[in-house]
Structure formats: structure tokens, C-alpha cells
Design a protein around this ligand. Sequence first.
Ligand SMILES: [Zn+2]
Length: 368
Amino acid sequence: MKKYLAGLIGLAVLTGIMNQAPKASAYGYRNCNAVVTSDTIRWKSIPPRFRASAVSFPAGVWRNALAESVSQWNTNPSKFYFNLTYDEPSVGRNNGENEIWFSNDDSVLAGAPAIAYTWWSCNPFSIKINEADVIFDNRVPYTPYTSKSSLWGYGGSYRPFQTTASHELGHAAGLLHENRFYNIMGQDWTHIHTNAGIAKTYSGEDASNGAVFLYGLYSTPLNDLSVSHWKRAGASGEYSTHSRTQMFTSGGALLASFNDAGEPRYHVNRGQTVQVEFTYENNGAATQNPNVGYYVSSNDNITTLDTFLGSVGFTLGRNTPYTARNYVTIPNTLAPGKYYVGAIVDRTNAVGEVYEDNNSTYIAIQVH
Ligand SMILES: [Zn+2]
């Protein structure tokens, strides 16, 4: 749909004299003179306190959705995290407080569905972010809920509030847009983890890597692996665009598929060997060597109780997301019908993770 591509999210307001840092690394960030990395523009006092508007985020589902996005960000492996407080009575830009609210003021939103404003100082003795504010357009069809069928990426009518919040929180943390990789600082509503009908936000490998670049690793290793059925498709301006991962014949030709209730479903035959594609991410502190298992399931809830098809060992460092194809053979014994091929990263649960709920996902198949 056209509106999917129309909105710019979170234009940062450039109030200081600055150059954008050269993009030798994947993530984008600000730098006062683009020469020495110590000039990176970031928070100096951590955690910065962010205040949610009392009017926009009363106790209830919107507050809970915002809290979950913040909590997801706070699992990132760097020293950076947000302190979120509620019931802020008076919000405004450049008022000395970091605030989050909903608005319909076009002079603030500047045509974006959500926007992050950042004020910083390039005083050589005190280079730092001074304030950040995040404003959401309350006319955008956001939903605070995570049922996949309601969401844009799955044929639904609503934009996931949580992914947009994660994107804007990335700006608030000091990150800029990135269009070269599958990442939350690109098109946010297609950077999402889904299993068992629930689609939730996560900060992802590239943004986590950016946070570590800006702030350094937290003293306690915070590890997280994830697997997603989304990948980078291309670039739209500063944003990466994302599309669903796919299935191929053993020779690498794209399999035929059809749209089944908002999701692709691939035609396969019993006994057929296919290549199944997923995006694997290391969102955490340390390089991991997870075992990835492939399964076939009668539903979209992929667990280790499903029929095991095989496994492979990966080495995943924290750098850029890894979109890969692997061979699986559809069992001869399956009755024709609808199934799901699933992947579980760290299927043996060998890695202690700060978030264990993003380790499984699926691609739908029609078995003939
Ligand atoms: Zn943005």
C-alpha cells in the first residue's frame, strides 16, 4: 500500500553544527567534526530520564506498549538504557526534559507518523546530547496490540506502535537512519519478530551494535539471539525496506507461493528438498555458536516439540544481520495440507539470553 512508503519517520532536527559520521560502520550516528570517534554525540549521563505524557500514556494499553518498547531497548548489550517515568503533566520541545507524547500538531510532526527531536552540544569540552523528545501522530492507525493479523506486515490495518516506538527510541539513543541492512532504523513495521500469532518489536543486531559503538559494552554480558522471517529488500531514501524471507527449490529457484490471509504460503511436495531462508541476528554482547534447528509444524507456533527436520551450526558475531538459506526435506509422511517450516536459533538452549522469546519463527507451506 502506498502509505507504507509515504511516511518519513523521526526526522532529527539539526540544531548543532555537525557532519554526519562516515558510514564505515553499519549503524548511523552523529559526530561533531567527523574526525575522532570521541566526538560522537551521545548521552553522557546514563540513564537519561524520559517522561511519558500523562494525557497520552495513562495507565493502560498504550503505556504498556511504550513500556515494552523501552524494555526491549534496555536489553541491548551496551551501557545505555532508558529510565522511563509516567504522568508527565506538561510536555514540550526543548524544555530541558526528555518527553514522549501523542500529538496532531503538524508544525511539530512535519508530516511524519512519528518524530524524534534531538538537541545536542558540540562544545569541545562537553560534547553531548542535551535533550530528546519523541512525538507520535495520533491520527496514524497505530495499535498497541501485538496480534499479527492486525498489523500492516501481516495483511492487517494497523501500524505496530511498538516498532515505531523502538525506531524513535533508537533516535533518542543517538542513532540515525540506516538503509543498507535489515534494521529497526529503517522501515520499522517490517522489522519484527513473529511466532505463535504474536508479533513483537526488538532492537535487532544493527541497532544493538550501534549502541555498543556509542556507549561500550555493559559490564555484565547481555546476550540475545533471534531469528526473523523478514530481510532487507532495498532502500527507500535513508530507510532500509524489508520483505519476507523466501523458499526456494534445492537448485535455488524461487518456489511458487500464494497470499494466505496476509502471509506468503509456498507450494512444496512431500519428499521435496527445499532451501528455506531466514534472518539470524546476534543482538547481544558476545559472538555465539548456536545450533539452529529446522522443524515442520501443523501451526504457526514453532517449538522443539514440532517435527525435527535437521540442524546446522552457525557462528554469529554482533555485526550485521545474517540472511541465509538452508536445505530441509519435507517429510514423505506428511498428509497434504497446510504446514509451517520453522527455525529455532539456539534450539538446545545453550546460550543464556536476556530475551528468549525471539528464537523461533516460520514460513508457511502448502504440502502436496
Ligand atoms: Zn527515523
